[in-house]
Design a protein around this ligand. Sequence first.
Ligand SMILES: [Zn+2]
Length: 369
Amino acid sequence: MNIVLEDPMKDRYILFEIKQIPILLVAEKLGIQIRGRKAMCFRGHDKLTPSLSFMPSKNIWKCFGCGQGGDVINLVMQALDCDFKVALEWFKQNYLLYTTDYKDNYNKKNSRNNYEGKSLVTRIVAPEESDKEKAFYSDPEIYDWVINECSSVKNALGLKYLSDHGISSDNATHFGVREMRSPSNLLSKMKQQWGLERVYRSGLAWGENGFPERLIWTSYSVLFPFIHDGKVVYIQGRLFEGNSKYLNPRGISKPIFNLQRLNSLKVGSTIHICEGITDAIAIESLGLASVAVLGASSFREEWLDLFMRYDIVILPDGDSGGEIFFETISKMFKKRCKAVYRVSLPLGKDVSDLIAEMKRRRTRGTFNR
Ligand SMILES: [Zn+2]
């Protein structure tokens, strides 16, 4: 079956997904022997020194011998000497991609029992449950625009929230944290810039049938962008009024916060997995690597591969939800024979509480000197 579907939205999904697959993994799967970030060119012109070079941060490659280069799709086309269509087919064979027949593929692959170890997908957009949910998709262009449109946190409410969670202004700026002051202003600008349909489908607005009525963040909020390979793929808002504290884009499955941290993490390093965004930022502010998984149920089996090469420390919140979080995720790793460490937190505390407390004490200490 052809991977290029009739639906242009689906095509965008698939290409977007493919381009997220780390280039070194694609090269590995193609059988290219990588040394560091270099390899002998598959065209055979290298005799002594490798001239094929990979840039994981941009997810591109370049051969300084023959001048070829490009993204992951170009790599497959050049290495297999095939056209675009065949290259897409290759990705479909080797990775689980978001297609209408996703579930069939998944079942087939599982029943052949070759799913494990075969597929490593940094899938941003998951298969959705119902038709209603299919109305929404992660739209990095709009999310990126929103983050640029909003300013860094200056309001006292937002600043207090950050410092209560152990996050300085510098930490916040580093992670692109923003504040959203006027929902109606932002929504009308968004509609002007991107059109009703696209704003609606980005999951950032309430409303029905493609018509965005109100922004999901209905009052002043602090916005946390999820950045993968330089693109904003998701935004969580922290509200301070109304019933919901956290509001996420509608109908879009939650990616890992700070996932791109893994790109710069050496094999064998320690990665800290916690439950909240502020926890991850607070841990990072101590110079440690951390990602946040927003709820155990959002942790996907295909993400395991991303962590296998690191020492894993899980820091669940000190409550019953934290217990479930640890149990669920540690079991998933156990199935893959991967041990994880756990840091137990005092009852009712999360990581950022403790780090904030520690920083306050440290500050007081400095004043006393
Ligand atoms: Zn070459």
